[in-house]
Ligand binder design. Structure first.
Ligand SMILES: Cc1ncc(COP(=O)(O)O)c(C=O)c1O
Length: 408
């Protein structure tokens, strides 16, 4: 639905869940980093798909099959345009960011030898650590870690000093889910490419805030999950450079990913199907395309400015809560606020806020090495989306002040 891009009240009406009551209070949803809410456009597109089009795809057997295939492949084109990928052959459907990174780690195994190096950063989500550890175990490669500064930025000296002729893979997050830091991915990719490394960018937390251009970034892989981009769960995207994908073995075996099967020899399908074994998440692909179309209908620059205003307001209110400390104060941040309050356990903060209808996330955020770096078992994290309001920021801080007064 077209409306003034800064009419947040109208935008909020597009998201039915935002008008729910939770625990007798109007919902204040500040857990967008974990999963974002869905606009009607996504719900309607998926509903319509099941009512009018559903059948299996790529079978060519009947009209419904053609409709489903057109919707599914149309969704791939929408994603291609969103990422500015050169071709739909470079857009692979996965279950999410996690599966996308596992697919890449698996596919790069034949390229790695004992002593080769895989470079990740200290601020990665487990999804961008564990697959590389498993790959290192399998191949004898060594995992190296780029240090993080106390403010939560990548230590670029640490990056440059560890990037070398043995570096085969650089795998870093575009935006940190804990710190909100926006990493200098262009600079990282350029240096890693010059060193001859394959570059993998975890875009899970970036796409809700920015539209990446994979050709400008010049990375080999870029992964994201639909559910953080206002789309459905159960589907994600791996962008892969065609030449690199061509050289990689398939990930899973089964239907769809083959050209011809015999007991003597099986040959692989062309890209992207070589990496898409089995019946895909068709309705979810349609839902993701609807989410992208919805966002494309908004002015992203205006939304970015509105999100930044949320972050500024939150930062300005930190001093109003005695003992509150922010973890992650990078210069370039998305509106994510990880914090601790002296005398309060993060999970108690989460429970007490929930009683007031305010949803945040608490815990280690699947980033245990980063928690160890900051010497905390976990943090409380409020993560904002463009549909959040300055009033909701005020409500969060009013609730935190009360919790601090009563319980710290
Ligand atoms: C930075 C980052 N990478 C990867 C993931 C994993 O995403 P998914 O669970 O959708 O596969 C997340 C999820 O929180 C994330 O924040």
């Amino acid at each position: 639905m077209a409306h003034n891009p800064l009419d947040i009240a109208a935008i909020r009406r597009d998201f039915p869940i935002l008008s729910q009551q939770v625990n007798g209070k109007p919902l204040v949803y500040l857990d967008n980093g974990a999963s974002a809410q869905k606009p009607l456009a996504v719900l309607d597109a998926m509903d319509r798909y099941y009512r009018e089009m559903h059948s299996n795809v790529h079978r060519g057997a009947h009209t419904l099959g053609d409709r489903a295939t057109n919707a599914f492949e149309g969704a791939r084109k929408t994603v291609q345009a969103f990422l500015n990928a050169a071709s739909t052959r470079e857009i692979i459907w996965t279950r999410g960011t996690t599966e996308a990174i596992n697919l890449v780690a698996n596919g790069l195994a034949p390229r790695l030898r004992a002593g080769d190096e895989i470079l990740v950063s200290h601020m990665e989500h487990h999804a961008n650590i564990v697959p590389w550890q498993m790959l290192a175990e399998r191949t004898g490669a060594v995992l190296k870690v780029i240090a993080v500064t106390p403010e939560g930025e990548l230590d670029m000296d640490s990056f440059h000093s560890q990037l070398g002729e043995r570096t085969r893979v650089l795998a870093v997050t575009h935006v940190s889910n804990v710190l909100g830091t926006v990493n200098p991915v262009v600079e990282l990719v350029r240096a890693a490419k010059a060193a001859g490394a394959i570059t993998v960018i975890d875009g899970a937390q970036a796409v809700p805030h920015y539209q990446p251009d994979v050709q400008a970034l010049d990375c080999d892989f870029y992964a994201f999950s639909a559910h953080k981009l206002f789309g459905p769960t159960g589907i994600g995207v791996l962008y892969g450079r065609e030449s690199v994908l061509e050289a990689m073995p398939p990930y899973q075996g089964g239907g769809e990913m083959i050209e011809r099967v015999s007991f003597e020899k099986t040959t692989w399908n062309t890209l992207p199907y070589k990496f898409e074994a089995g019946t895909p998440a068709i309705a979810e692909a349609v839902g993701l395309a609807a989410a992208i179309d919805y966002i494309n209908g908004l002015d992203r620059n205006a939304l970015e400015a509105a999100e930044h205003a949320l972050l500024l307001r939150a930062n300005a209110l930190v001093d109003s809560v005695p003992g509150m400390d922010i973890i992650g104060t990078a210069k370039h941040k998305v509106p994510v606020l990880s914090f601790k309050i002296a005398g309060l356990h993060p999970s108690d903060i989460g429970t007490l806020l929930d009683q007031q209808g305010i949803a945040i996330r608490t815990g280690h955020h699947c980033a245990m090495p980063l928690m160890d770096f900051y010497g905390v078992p976990g943090t409380a994290r409020a993560s904002f989306a463009f549909y959040n309001t300055l009033d909701e920021v005020e409500q969060l801080f009013a609730a935190l002040q009360k919790i601090q007064r009563l319980f710290a």
